[in-house]
Design a protein around this ligand. Structure first.
Ligand code: PMP
Length: 393
């Protein structure tokens, strides 16, 4: 018997419980259509909201940056890894977000892991939304601060928690996803901002699914609520609408200065590659110049969501292009996803526990600005065929 024999058992359990998710391998770039196992399929599950992952202008900027700066940053930011292009991107992010300053990380997950433990530590308290993203949860765990989880979308429950526990810590922090990635609903950021002022806490919003989607030209959730200059700390990612990878935190100059001294992904992990950095810079320039991609994304999302509702599918109370088709049972969800892929040539991944709670497994359909009306009609037809064939509805 080897010491890793438990791994077989663990994999077996996942398969028996219907929680073993197959990983499909893309043979082409991200886009409305991709090739998998030699076959062209309709791609309905990527976060490439605006199609910028394969935009010719962005790709050109990446190639030019690689010519100029090479492929790697060569070191952690604080030793020798900070390049001019990182500084340019940070200035661009700050101005796009109407913030004083910004810090670029190598990923959105790292932005959460790096920033939250600088804001709070073990003598402090955090008030965290029930459905916050895993990277926020891990960032909170790393901070060792005491955590109070408030009910999803409930300002009343947040206030109750603030009243009861605010004084337990030296510092306190409210943290929430702006757009909830598995449900598509939007946090009541305006009301949370009012509570932040009333109870004198810090407030941190993760805008990963708001960028490129909400606000003027896709500036995100703070712009969407007209709270420019009011929300102190905004975090985001470059891996979704901006088409590349990396993450950021935007806030006051002093906060960013402190993060540069303390945030562990900044101090102990090499900087974002120059090519990725340049790609993000170009994506933001495109968004600033022209809001047609954001408009197209919403037009497609509205069409698709109406189609699902009219056909009798159960969606969450989504308010964004995230289109979660709730099936409930995990095995049925996996079966439907497989059916769509094998019989209809539609790639739409299942989302099961622990990504969502047990009993509300779903297929999260992600329309983008680069899908055509025909793509969306084909998706709706495929779901109807699948639901009939598997007796889901
Ligand atoms: N926060 C939220 C709300 C997310 O949905 C994600 C991506 N799944 C992240 C953070 C992490 O971002 P990244 O993929 O850039 O690491």
């Amino acid at each position: 018997m080897t010491s890793l024999e438990w791994v077989d058992q663990e994999l077996e359990n996942l398969k028996n419980e219907g929680r073993y998710v197959p990983i499909r391998i893309l043979e082409t770039s991200q886009g409305a259509h991709v090739k998998i196992e030699g076959k062209e399929v309709l791609n309905m599950c990527s976060n490439n909201y605006l199609g910028l992952a394969n935009n010719p202008e962005v790709k050109k900027a990446v190639v030019e940056a690689i010519d100029e700066y090479g492929i790697g940053a060569g070191a952690v930011r604080s030793i020798a890894g900070t390049m001019e292009i990182h500084m340019k991107l940070e200035e661009k992010v700050a101005s796009f977000k109407h913030m004083e300053s910004a810090l670029v990380y190598q990923g959105g997950l790292l932005a959460n892991l790096g920033t939250i433990p600088v804001l709070v530590s073990k003598e402090d308290v955090i008030f965290s939304e029930e459905l916050n993203h895993a990277s926020i949860i891990d960032g909170m765990r790393l901070s060792s601060a005491k955590r109070y989880v408030y009910d999803h979308m409930s300002v009343e429950n947040l206030e109750k928690n603030l009243k009861e526990h605010r004084k337990e810590g030296k510092r306190s922090l409210i943290v929430t996803d702006g757009v909830f990635s598995m449900d598509g609903d939007i946090a009541p950021v305006k009301e949370i901002q009012e509570l932040k002022d009333k109870y004198d806490t810090m407030f941190y919003v993760d805008d990963a699914h708001g960028e490129g989607v909400l606000g003027k030209n896709g500036r995100g959730i703070v712009d969407h609520f007209g709270l420019q200059g009011k929300v102190e700390i905004e975090m985001g990612t470059f891996s979704k609408a901006l088409g590349s990878m990396g993450g950021f935190v935007a806030g006051s100059q002093k906060l960013i200065d402190l993060l540069k001294q303390r945030a562990r992904p900044f101090l102990f992990s090499s900087a974002l590659n120059p090519g990725d950095t340049a790609g993000v810079l170009k994506s933001i320039e495109i968004m600033e110049r022209d809001d047609s991609l954001v408009k197209k994304l919403w037009e497609n999302a509205n069409f698709l969501q109406k189609g699902f509702r009219d056909a009798g599918f159960r969606l969450t109370s989504t308010k964004t292009p995230i289109t979660p088709v709730v099936i409930g049972d995990e095995k049925k969800t996996l079966e439907l996803s497989n059916y769509l892929y094998k019989n209809e040539g539609v790639f739409a991944s299942p989302i099961v526990f622990p990504t969502v709670a047990k009993g509300v497994a779903r297929i999260r359909v992600m329309p983008s600005a680069v899908h055509s009306k025909d793509d969306l009609k084909r998706t709706l037809e495929a779901f109807e065929n699948g639901a009939k064939a598997l007796k889901i509805m």
